[in-house]
Write a new protein. Structure first.
Length: 81
């Protein structure tokens, strides 16, 4: 997902990984992502995601709603900033 402005995006199918770049004033909802989500250079976005690893870079004023898949071997999400 790249360069969205004032959009509402609902991705309802499961995917391996996702990249969200240069989005502004948008709402993005992702179905479960098997591996990682990389969010870069976003401003004033609401992003709801379920993933094993969340990577962020240069985001401003974003609200992140992160769900972590239940797994007895894991103790929490992997978040990199």
């Amino acid at each position: 997902i790249d360069g969205c402005e004032r959009c509402v995006i609902k991705l309802c199918d499961r995917i391996e990984s996702a990249q969200i770049d240069y989005c502004e004033d948008s709402k993005i909802y992702l179905a479960p992502v098997k591996r990682s989500v990389f969010i870069r250079n976003c401003k004033r976005c609401v992003i709801k995601v379920m993933c094993q690893q969340l990577r962020l870079r240069d985001c401003e004023d974003c609200l992140l709603l992160v769900c972590v898949p239940g797994d007895t071997n894991r103790h929490g999400p992997i978040v990199e900033t």
